[in-house]
Design a protein around this ligand. Structure first.
Ligand SMILES: *[C@@H]1O[C@H](CO)[C@@H](O)[C@H](O)[C@H]1NC(C)=O
Ligand SMILES: *[C@@H]1O[C@H](CO)[C@@H](O)[C@H](O)[C@H]1NC(C)=O
Ligand SMILES: *[C@@H]1O[C@H](CO)[C@@H](O)[C@H](O)[C@H]1NC(C)=O
Ligand SMILES: *[C@@H]1O[C@H](CO)[C@@H](O)[C@H](O)[C@H]1NC(C)=O
Ligand SMILES: *[C@@H]1O[C@H](CO)[C@@H](O)[C@H](O)[C@H]1NC(C)=O
Ligand SMILES: *[C@@H]1O[C@H](CO)[C@@H](O)[C@H](O)[C@H]1NC(C)=O
Length: 641
């Protein structure tokens, strides 16, 4: 399903002073195109049923978001590196009083008593409990029961809704309306047979060639980075996991066999539990859900030590159809963003206390602020752009931008299914319907991922060695499989929602002009005006990982993200050593320096019944700018203020 926004456009978000609240005609605000994936429409909702109605007020100054972030992240800006405090961020984007007044006055004029209406602490949401009948009247809509075809869960939702013309410009979106599911993030670890090979008899540094197993020695040769020196406590790299658990007894085995200099075997990451995140034990390991966490933490440690790893375990892993969306992680980092105070959508994001109390769900309140921020955060999970509401993605994208404003570099794995999406997570097909852009089992249009579609994220694709040693160079990862579900290609493409950011426009333009395949506009946005991803790449196959006591060569853009993020952490270390601050949002600097990358020009990322894109000279939607050359990146980052 794709949610088209018919009239309201974020770019034109101008808050005008409130005109006299004369009753105005309703205009369409959000509409679901096509039939929602995996949900069946059932009967009409009962008019007396009470709904928790939340009206998201438009935040101020978002139209300036790009200029704010470039002010601190563009190397040509005199204010490069002058990051904002959390409070400055909250104040800058709080909605205008006129917006609140326009919405509240309309509700009161429509018969909702003022005493029933409240405003969230962050002033971002107007909220009240209203009946289906009241909501249908206010939003000129009809509520239906929808049933999930697999778990049989029921949701109340509408197909479209409207707002009075004079109110619409003050509102982002209303909940609950068109939204149905919060898709759980899917780890981008490729579990295909070839891509996660157990190493018989175990292995250690130097026992195998780099072509057989990628170790820290191979990575140092490839990307020319040194051993970390500074144990800067402020510079812990952040690794976030959803329903994959770190089995800590694997760490000493990994440190002993695969790190040099050897990391002391008692070393453990700082453990940050968010909303009931648990430490793993043998039970969780035997459920087979820990390879992702082992890979991410071990790859990061091998690069950044003696700096440390901060491990965020997000969500209790029980919350039905919401094992965790990225919003609960953002909530924990930033209290101005929490439920009813910022970006969360009830019914899309998991609820805490967990309603599934009988399954031992987390019974504490939603964590709101208080989790420490890291200078660099690496996430190896993704969702489908075509399956989430557009407003929702835009709002969350702005939250990632706000982390950038505060000096945080956010890196995400670009996905393991080429131009398609989630094949490797067992989805038969998540390509899009060519006309309507919703996920369709028979779809043929490319399916971009979220949140790598967001221009404020650094998206990391995957490469592999061309031959048996690091001298042989790299190509885009390519693991054909029996059927798309077992294949593995670097996730890449062009967003159907986000326009090309200015830092990327020339790189995308060159790709379009010289290398773009001519599949036509029904297959992907080939105008050169859409955000392209990934931004960069790193090795993502055969990466040495100890899991449940044995060594595996693990693949996935899941490996690429912590490897690239680890190198960024080293660059921050070098800046901290000369008294400078962390780099923050990376992309404007990276795109100015394509010469600091190993350009990858071999390979492709097929999917959706096509050959996908080719890795080509310059930026391409398979490997981005290429893989990092630390020796070239270091002077660039040290020269910046
Ligand atoms: C570590 O290396 C030794 C040989 O040096 C090997 O016997 C052992 O199996 C390896 N451990 C793992 C987890 O691979
Ligand atoms: C192991 O973890 C599972 C799931 O988190 C939990 O139910 C179980 O009680 C734990 N077992 C032990 C021995 O701690
Ligand atoms: C983990 O290792 C134990 C002991 O070696 C084994 O019994 C168990 O099956 C393994 N778990 C998985 C999920 O492979
Ligand atoms: C999709 O394809 C299947 C067969 O692969 C067919 O049965 C089904 O009707 C098609 N659905 C649509 C909406 O075209
Ligand atoms: C890599 O090494 C294996 C065995 O050591 C050898 O059979 C193979 O030909 C080598 N491949 C390349 C591309 O050199
Ligand atoms: C391509 O993307 C741009 C930027 O988002 C958008 O303005 C344009 O309408 C899109 N073109 C097509 C054909 O979808």
């Amino acid at each position: 399903m794709r949610f088209s926004t018919v009239v309201a456009a974020f770019a034109s978000a101008a808050i005008t002073s409130l005109a006299a609240p004369s009753p105005s005609k309703h205009v369409l605000h959000e509409k679901r195109d096509g039939k929602p994936h995996l949900w069946e429409k059932r009967d009409r909702a009962t008019p007396s049923q009470v709904l928790p109605i939340r009206i998201g007020l438009r935040q101020r100054n978002l139209e300036n978001a790009e200029s704010y972030i470039y002010e601190v992240a563009d190397p040509n800006s005199p204010n490069f590196g002058k990051h904002w405090t959390a409070e400055e961020v909250a104040n800058k984007f709080a909605p205008a009083a006129e917006s609140k007044d326009a919405v509240v006055n309309w509700l009161v004029d429509s018969g909702i008593e003022r005493r029933r209406i409240s405003l969230s602490k962050g002033q971002n949401w107007v909220q009240f409990d209203g009946t289906v009948k009241e909501a249908e009247h206010l939003f000129e809509t009809k509520y239906w029961h929808y049933q999930h075809v697999e778990n049989r869960g029921l949701r109340l939702a509408v197909d479209e809704y409207s707002l009075p013309a004079h109110v619409q410009k003050h509102v982002d979106f209303v909940m609950p309306t068109v939204q149905l599911d919060g898709l759980k993030p899917i780890a981008n670890t490729n579990h295909g047979k070839d891509a996660m090979a157990i190493i018989p008899g175990g292995a250690s540094l130097g026992s195998l060639s780099c072509g057989e197993l990628i170790t820290i020695e191979c990575l140092r040769k490839l990307y020319k980075f040194p051993v970390g020196k500074l144990a800067a406590p402020s510079n812990k790299i952040g690794i976030a996991e959803w329903a994959d658990y770190l089995y800590e007894p694997d760490l000493p085995l990994y440190f002993k066999n695969f790190t040099t200099p050897e990391i002391p075997t008692h070393t453990k990451p700082e453990f940050v539990a968010i909303d009931g995140g648990l430490r793993a034990n043998l039970t969780t390991v035997s459920q087979g859900s820990g390879v992702e966490a082992a890979l991410d933490v071990q790859a990061a440690y091998s690069i950044v030590h003696p700096q440390q790893v901060r491990y965020y375990q997000v969500g209790d892993g029980i919350n039905v159809d919401s094992v965790g969306t990225f919003n609960i992680f953002l909530d924990a980092l930033d209290e101005s963003y929490c439920t009813y105070e910022g970006g969360d959508q009830p019914y899309v994001d998991p609820a805490y206390p967990d309603p599934n109390a009988n399954e031992e769900g987390y019974q504490g309140p939603l964590q709101c602020g208080g989790a420490p921020k890291s200078n660099v955060i690496s996430v190896s999970y993704g969702q489908i752009e075509g399956a989430l509401p557009e407003f929702y993605q835009i709002r969350q994208c702005h939250e990632w931008m706000k982390l950038g404003l505060q000096g945080v570099s956010v890196l995400f794995a670009s996905g393991d299914s080429g131009v398609a999406n989630r094949y490797n997570a067992g989805y038969p097909n998540s390509c899009l319907n060519a006309d309507e852009l919703f996920v369709d089992n028979n779809g043929t249009r490319y399916s971009p991922s979220f949140p790598v579609n967001c221009p404020y994220i650094t998206a990391v694709g995957a490469t592999t060695l061309l031959g048996n040693d690091t001298e042989s160079g790299e190509r885009a990862v390519s693991r054909p499989g029996t059927g798309p579900a077992n294949a593995y290609y670097s996730g890449g493409g062009f967003s159907n929602i986000f326009p090309v950011p200015s830092y990327q426009a020339s790189a995308v333009g060159k790709f379009m002009q010289h290398h773009a395949p001519k599949y036509g506009p029904n297959v992907y946005n080939d105008t050169g005006r859409a955000r392209g991803f990934p931004d960069v790449a790193a090795i993502g196959l055969n990466v040495a990982t100890v899991w449940n006591g044995s060594t595996y060569g693990v693949g996935g853009t899941s490996a690429s993200a912590p490897i690239f993020a680890g190198i960024v952490n080293l660059l921050n270390e070098a800046r901290i050593a000369i008294g400078k601050g962390p780099i923050g949002f990376l992309n404007p600097t990276l795109y100015k320096h394509p010469e600091a990358f190993n350009d990858i020009t071999i390979g492709d990322n097929p999917g959706c019944g096509t050959g996908g894109f080719n890795a080509t000279p310059g930026w391409d939607p398979v490997t981005g700018l290429g893989t990092p050359n630390y020796e070239k990146l270091l002077p660039i980052f040290l020269r910046l203020p």
